[in-house]
Design a protein around this ligand. Structure first.
Ligand SMILES: Cc1cc2nc3c(=O)[nH]c(=O)nc-3n(C[C@H](O)[C@H](O)[C@H](O)COP(=O)(O)OP(=O)(O)OC[C@H]3O[C@@H](n4cnc5c(N)ncnc54)[C@H](O)[C@@H]3O)c2cc1C
Ligand SMILES: O=C(O)Cc1ccc(O)c(O)c1
Length: 494
């Protein structure tokens, strides 16, 4: 089939009924559920762009194997140009939602593409796992599917390994093997957008201990697989608030869910790994899972640029951007954007070709983005809050603004500097408040901190890897140079 349209994506959602719980009730009509309607439209719009002549050649390509047009997320890059084609997709889609939707279909499609192109890793442990991940890649590529992922265990007690939790199946684990597949039970935490996806893929970060075998799992199943329950967090908008009042929150909220598996059957052909602690601990570093960091970086750059632009427009609108304290904050934001932009370019220009011929962006600059964004983005939000100050809280609702009796006061007291009307300023400040004040915006801060795992442990892993790869030769040169310089009599140097 190849690339889907938005309507085909929505028809897919209509064709099944996953077990979704939200606000104490079962959601039985996903497509007409107010909380999900706008995010579904946003995702559908991305699918439609694949067919739009303005974008089609930029974000899709003809698959060599099938001759069909498929998303660039499924490209296994073999050259710098391929990397750019993949980036073009990430960038084009991210700009559609200002980088505020992190888990658009490209994110996991690129992850699975990378897992499949590293099938040799799976082959080492079990040829079936290698075959399964490759077939799965082809399946989601040819059907243009939208995946969610669940990699982290529920928090319960982080001081204990999976096998030491209060109950055997607090963390998702294997119950038994059957002729049809494996039965799994327990929970996985935080699958973003799960209710409106087609499939879920499960894998883990490293950290398994001996006796954690039953938890060392990776597989993918349809989101409506019997026994799989999706427990949504409290929604941050009810789907009925106006776009005037909440121009971002009412469009781009990504619902998160905990996944509870009640003895779910995973067919053998969907099992990518099980019962192997060593393989599970290696999966992250050996299968290019980090390729999604390219998508994260491009999307993160869009989001940070958006925050920078909002801060600058706020300052301009109320005439404070001539003050030195405001200028230094705005300058800091512009420089943050430039740092991330430069790191992305370095990662792409200094690409690495793997032994099996896949071209991947250089890891250290990409990891540096991942380490810096969790500090830069919250700082950007703090700057928006500082520049907007009390005005952010004082905006009237759209209904107030429309009320003729109030209109004179609105026009007089809500306008900005000369040339900025009350209407323009209210809209701008509402946009800013969605990002820096609403629950929606706070989730976006939390997302940037945690979307790719705990930044504390990630930074520790980053330094350990760096230490393994780096010679620290400058220090040796300085020490050796000092010894040499001591021995040479003055006047003998060239
Ligand atoms: C908005 C949002 C969306 C997300 N979407 C997804 C998704 O779609 N799919 C998915 O799988 N995951 C998703 N994540 C989850 C993400 O993977 C986790 O939040 C992340 O891995 C951190 O784990 P945790 O939240 O359980 O924190 P914890 O691991 O419980 O950490 C809590 C605190 O304790 C500290 N800590 C815990 N253990 C240690 C340790 N061993 N050593 C040192 N310090 C420690 C941490 O530094 C942190 O400060 C999302 C997260 C957010 C916030
Ligand atoms: O950045 C990485 O390390 C890759 C990665 C893995 C899992 C995630 O959920 C994620 O967002 C990113």
């Amino acid at each position: 089939m190849g690339i889907r349209t938005g309507a085909q994506y929505i028809n897919g959602l209509k064709s099944r009924q996953p077990e979704v719980w939200m606000s104490g009730r079962k959601v039985t009509d996903l497509v007409n559920e107010p909380v999900f309607q706008q995010p579904i439209r946003e995702i559908a719009r991305l699918y439609d762009m694949q067919h739009d002549p303005e974008y089609s050649d930029k974000i899709t390509h003809i698959c060599e194997e099938t001759g069909e047009r498929v998303s660039n997320a499924f490209l296994i890059p073999k050259s710098f140009e391929d990397l750019q084609a993949r980036r073009a997709l990430f960038e084009t889609w991210a700009k559609e939602n200002f980088g505020l939707m992190g888990r658009t279909p490209d994110f996991l499609n690129v992850t699975v593409s990378s897992m499949a192109s590293n099938a040799a890793f799976f082959e080492k442990y079990n040829p079936d796992w290698a075959k399964n991940i490759q077939n799965y890649y082809k399946y989601i590529r040819d059907n243009d599917l939208f995946l969610t992922h669940a990699i982290v265990n529920p928090q319960n007690d982080r001081s204990k390994a999976s096998h030491e939790q209060k109950e055997t199946f607090t963390h998702l684990g294997l119950v038994k093997e059957t002729p049809e597949g494996i039965i799994v039970r327990g929970a996985k935490m935080l699958a973003t957008l799960a209710p409106i996806t087609d499939e879920v893929i499960v894998y883990s970060f490293p950290g398994f201990k001996p006796r954690d075998e039953r938890y060392a799992l990776s597989f993918a199943i349809p989101i409506d697989t019997p026994g799989l329950r999706l427990l949504c967090r409290e929604p941050m908008q009810d789907g009925t608030r106006s776009l005037f009042d909440h121009p971002l929150a009412s469009r781009f909220e990504e619902m998160d869910a905990i996944l509870v598996f009640h003895d779910v059957l995973v067919p053998w052909d969907r099992v990518f790994m099980h019962s192997n602690v060593e393989a599970a601990n290696q999966l992250y570093s050996q299968t290019g899972l980090m390729q999604s960091t390219h998508q994260n970086g491009v999307r993160g750059l869009t989001k940070l640029s958006f925050a920078m632009e909002i801060a600058a427009r706020l300052a301009d609108a109320i005439g404070v951007d001539g003050y030195l304290n405001v200028q230094t904050q705005l300058g800091e934001l512009v420089q943050s954007v430039e740092v991330i932009r430069a790191l992305l370019r370095v990662s792409e220009y200094e690409y690495v070709t793997t032994p099996h011929g896949e071209v991947i962006p250089a890891g250290i600059p990409l990891e540096t983005i991942r380490g810096m964004l969790p500090k830069m983005y919250p700082r950007a939000i703090e700057i928006i809050q500082t520049i907007g100050a009390g005005g952010l809280l004082m905006m009237p609702s759209g209904d107030d603004f429309e009320n003729e009796e109030l209109r004179d006061d609105m026009d007089r007291y809500y306008g900005g500097r000369s040339g900025v009307s009350a209407y323009d300023r209210i809209r701008l400040f509402k946009l800013a408040w969605d990002l820096c004040g609403e629950g929606f915006g706070q989730r976006l801060v939390q997302y940037e901190r945690y979307y790719s795992g705990d930044p504390v442990r990630k930074l520790g892993m980053f330094y350990s890897n760096f230490k393994r790869q780096h010679s620290f030769k400058l220090v040796d040169d300085a020490l050796n140079g000092a010894l040499k310089a001591q021995k040479e009599p003055v006047g003998t140097q060239d």
